[in-house]
Design a protein around this ligand. Structure first.
Ligand code: HEC
Length: 240
């Protein structure tokens, strides 16, 4: 009897967790990466209680920014048959929900042999925080969580807390110093600042007429994130 009741409670808790992914999971999650706000593209500012991974907010942008460049895993080029542009395609091939170790893409981003590890040079490698976040996402069942509340705070718009993590998550893969699309470098302060002062940064992320809409292949940044960039640029694009 008691067992049935706790099972019921567990089911209710899991459902709640799926509905509101900002809800704290009842099972303790590994401490690794939880404190790294960079994982959330700067969205996590001021809300350290949020340890739930949200696919559309935390995972998909990392794949789009690092794997879908021309010649790679986009819907046109389909390198090696892998397409990393949506939940369906990411989980379609050699993917074992609940087991990162058995999942090909995870093995490839952690391959000890640098020649085989993805993303390959000259593209920027994934950060260890991004890798551990992907591991957690797969090991926790690779849920397709979307429309999660973004605890983005538009009043927090410093380079270090808001802009840099956003660039790392959404832009760096295609705009690294080693391999910058259209010459636009977004993995250094100087690069971001020069795109900002040229006006190109805001035109691209606001999807203004005549500009190329960025992030390329991904969905538009949230309006809160765009406001953060706007405020940062308006305040002088400082290295703060
Ligand atoms: C999947 C790869 C990819 C991602 C992710 C990406 N870009 Fe780009 N970006 C490109 C390519 C390719 C071009 C050149 C497009 C062209 O000229 O048609 C470009 C061009 C640009 C330009 C120059 C536009 C111009 O008119 O000169 C800016 C600015 C830019 N990107 C900003 C960003 C920002 C900011 C992000 C993240 C929010 C981002 N990009 C994410 C691939 C990407």
């Amino acid at each position: 009897m008691k067992q049935t009741r706790s099972l019921g409670i567990l089911v209710v808790l899991s459902v709640l967790m799926i509905i509101a992914c900002t809800h704290k999971p009842e099972t303790p999650v590994p401490a690794a990466a939880n404190n790294n706000t960079g994982n959330n593209g700067g969205n996590n500012g001021g809300n350290n209680a949020d340890t739930g991974i949200c696919f559309s907010r935390d995972i998909l942008p990392v794949f789009i920014a690092n794997c879908t460049q021309s010649g790679c895993h986009n819907a046109v080029d389909k390198a090696e048959g892998y397409v990393f542009t949506s939940y369906e395609t990411i989980t379609a091939k050699d993917f074992v929900k609940g087991n990162a170790g058995e999942t090909k893409l995870y093995k490839t981003i952690t391959d000890k042999d640098i020649k085989d590890r993805m993303p390959q040079a000259p593209n920027a490698p994934l950060t260890s925080a991004q890798i551990s976040l992907i591991a957690r996402w797969i090991n926790e069942g690779a849920k397709n969580t979307t429309n999660c509340g973004t605890p983005c705070d538009s009043n927090n718009y410093t380079y270090s807390a808001a802009i840099k993590p956003m660039m790392d998550t959404y832009c760096k893969g295609c705009h690294s110093t080693a391999s910058p699309s259209k010459g636009v470098i977004l993995d250094t302060y100087d690069g971001v600042k020069s795109a900002a002062t040229a006006g190109k940064l805001l035109q691209a992320i606001r999807h203004e007429a005549g500009a190329v809409a960025m992030p390329s292949g991904g969905s538009k940044l949230s309006s809160c994130q765009i406001v953060q960039v706007q405020k940062w640029v308006a305040a002088g694009a400082l290295n703060n």
